[in-house]
Design a protein around this ligand. Structure first.
Ligand code: MG
Length: 283
């Protein structure tokens, strides 16, 4: 297909099924988009914070807009249900962020998982002294935010980067005392103490072993260190990893959550066409 004026040659040129508005957005040199061609046989795994939604000072206040919910719902249907949120948030938190969305999801970095067979959880109880110690830390440093996820707990210093050493030292001391069954999970301006049982990659592999994900080409979109094992897993299975923003790298990339939302809308538009319209992709 001819390249539109101002459109750069590259992997995104052959989007014949895309509406013109989407084709105009596929300009890698302008928008920083570098993405695989949409396919009807994708199994799509989406991180949430920093990928679908921008980071905010108070993670508990995040709510997805209705436009994003509508796109995710339509995409899940276009992929016969093979779309899953894969997040460090708990499933209960995800349901609050996406109140009207019913899709598969993995929470707490894979400790919780809701698929076609229902909800399974391998979460263990967070010891009460850990919760107490971190609440004490937050009382001495009010700019720190404690995100209590039930089976895991995170300390955010986005509003006060100078407090990173104090938060890290406290969490490291608590983790060392708990022993090998627990681990620290670093993220963007956050450190989380969680059971060392599962990762997001475990959740991806579990989804891919069951309908409607089984046999599909996995695509993982994420922005942070917690997503790197998901990247490696889908690439090892012949799929595609898409890195969002500057913290991680992969074969494909999008610059920020706003571009991820735009890209998903374009993928949804492309997959709304009959199967075959997007076949033979640039991936
Ligand atoms: Mg993230």
């Amino acid at each position: 297909m001819p390249v539109a004026p101002g459109e750069s040659p590259g992997a995104n040129d052959a989007f014949g099924a895309l509406p013109a508005a989407c084709r105009r957005r596929y300009r890698p040199r302008v928008n920083g988009w570098h993405t695989p061609r949409p396919r009807h046989d994708w199994a799509l795994f989406l991180d949430v914070d920093g990928t679908l939604l921008e980071f905010v000072d108070d993670p508990g206040a995040v709510r997805a807009g209705s436009g994003l919910v509508d796109v995710l719902d339509a995409l899940a249907r276009a992929l016969d249900g093979a779309l899953a949120l894969v997040s460090g948030r708990s499933l209960a938190q995800l349901d609050r962020v996406f109140p009207d969305l019913s899709v598969s999801a993995a929470g707490l970095h894979g400790l919780e998982r809701r698929g076609a067979a229902g909800v399974e959880s391998s979460a263990v109880a967070l010891p009460s002294h850990v919760r107490a110690a971190l609440r004490d830390l937050a009382s001495r440093h009010p700019a720190l935010r404690i995100e209590d996820k039930g089976a895991a707990i995170a300390v955010h210093w986005r509003e006060a980067p100078a407090l990173e050493p104090a938060a890290t030292a406290t969490l490291r001391r608590l983790a060392d005392a708990l022993g090998p069954g627990w681990q620290l999970q670093p993220g963007a301006c956050v450190l989380e103490l969680k059971p060392a049982l599962r990762t997001k990659a475990d959740a991806v592999r579990a989804f891919l072993a069951e309908p409607p994900f089984v046999g599909r080409r996995p695509v993982y979109v994420g922005d942070d260190l917690t997503d790197l094992d998901g990247f490696a897993t889908v690439e090892a299975l012949g799929g595609d990893a898409i890195a969002v923003g500057p913290r991680v790298a992969a074969r494909w990339s999008l610059p920020d959550p706003a571009s991820v939302r735009d890209w998903l809308a374009c993928v949804r538009a492309a997959l709304g066409s009959p199967p075959g319209a997007c076949a033979g992709g640039g991936a």
